[in-house]
Ligand binder design. Structure first.
Ligand code: SF4
Ligand code: SF4
Length: 225
């Protein structure tokens, strides 16, 4: 079954990337009957407007699937993780990164974030699980960070281990969250949350100025302060 009409609808409605993944092996008990994931990415920071856009794209997807008689489950954008809502209990069962990497849209960088060749780590994600028999993309299996380790070198809290991601070793520690969180507590807040963002801004993927402009760590920190 082809997904083009749904993909076109979502792209016209503001999605940046849409991919389909086979995720049956990644699903646990309650949701294991939904073997496909529709990964939806938008090239924006995860603020309230972005959450609204992602939620409306998920609703559009849900309507499309329902009209054709397929089952579905919307995993909302990550911002809901902090709200302690019922839906937030789904996160331990499935993460957006699994869908997006399995769909072939990108990999997990040394900064622990989803990275796409064109947009880098500057994407916000949502996922709709379904039993619709869509043709799926080719999963990305290994990190494509290559020799780059800029985020590791410049992280002000030494929170990044510098290891490479592989889908076959999902529990490899890329980020030491305690170090990152304790640094961010003393940084400026964005939308009421502690923030740093240096490991996003420094990533050469999706960063047009990369080849012509080299920042020192102090400049990068001041760009984020
Ligand atoms: S957000 Fe800042 S402190 Fe945390 S891992 Fe990224 S660069 Fe390091
Ligand atoms: S800065 Fe370099 S090492 Fe870090 S995520 Fe981006 S490409 Fe990978």
């Amino acid at each position: 079954m082809k997904v083009e009409t749904l993909r076109d609808e979502l792209l016209n409605a503001g999605a940046t990337l849409v991919g389909i993944a086979e995720v049956k092996d990644a699903l646990k008990g309650e949701i294991s009957h939904l073997g496909r994931a529709i990964a939806i990415c938008v090239n924006r920071n995860l603020n309230e407007d972005t959450v609204n856009l992602l939620t409306s794209l998920e609703s559009k997807t849900a309507r499309w699937l329902k009209q054709r008689g397929y089952r579905y489950l919307c995993i909302p954008p990550d911002s809901d993780r902090w709200k302690n809502t019922f839906i937030s209990r789904l996160y331990p069962l499935f993460t957006h990164k699994i869908a997006a990497t399995s769909a072939g849209l990108g990999w997990i960088g040394k900064n622990g974030l989803f990275i796409n060749h064109r947009y880098g780590p500057r994407l916000s994600l949502a996922t709709v699980l379904t039993d619709a028999p869509f043709q799926v993309g080719t999963a990305i299996e290994f990190s494509r960070c290559g020799d780059c380790s800029m985020c590791v070198e410049f992280c002000p809290s030494n929170a990044l281990t510098g290891r490479n991601w592989s889908r076959y070793e999902p529990f490899t520690q890329l980020v030491r969250p305690d170090r990152c969180n304790s640094y961010k507590k003393n940084s400026r807040t964005v939308n009421g949350r502690p923030n740093c963002g240096l490991c996003i801004n420094i990533c050469p993927y999706g960063r047009k100025i990369f080849k012509s402009e080299v920042f020192s760590s102090e400049q990068l920190i001041s760009r984020n302060s």
